[in-house]
Design a protein around this ligand. Sequence first.
Ligand code: NI
Length: 225
Amino acid sequence: MSTHFAAAQWAAIWRWTAPNPALNSLSMAILKIAKMGHPVLRKKAQALADPKSPGLTALIRDMVETMKDADGAGLAAPQVHVSARVVIFQAPPDRSQAPDDDLDDGEESYDHTAPLTVLVNPEIEFLSEDSELGMEGCLSVPGLRGLVPRCPHIRYSGFDQNGERFEREARGFHARVVQHEVDHLDGILYPQRMEDLGALMFESEMKHYIQADDFEAEENEEAAE
Ligand code: NI
């Protein structure tokens, strides 16, 4: 999932990932990303016994740096060869289209966006029995995109970068990115969630998919006239 961070967001991140001045003098590392086929991506990751562990700060800093370098919207620790239940993600406005156009009468509008979030030892509760198809990509499955069914409305909880417990409700892209990242902790990559591998494609061919989508929409409009 590709995206860009705003400078203000990064400034905020540096503040909380560097509470120890000694750490500021150390250079951050861009970590190697495991790709599909590496056994660490198939393993169930271990819960952290102490979400306030000092080692976590360094791991999170490196994960943020790695995600920024790879232009990703999320990263799970197993993707950097650390089999621990730690994920980072964000749902920026450009990936989280306002759903107002799709709303039925009387339906409430909601916010799809999420700031850069650290989630340690996550738990997900599914708040809907529906499933929604959406396009996903993964830094461990480079160059590909696929249509994946996900629950459109969840509640998630876990610990943040300060070891504080929190919970949030999420919908749309926000709910999707959380489910994608938490799947990594259970050894699951998005193609394993796909119902139709015919909807797995190279990024370089996405333009054909989008054109086909427009074409179908136009055909449907004509049919409705
Ligand atoms: Ni992924």
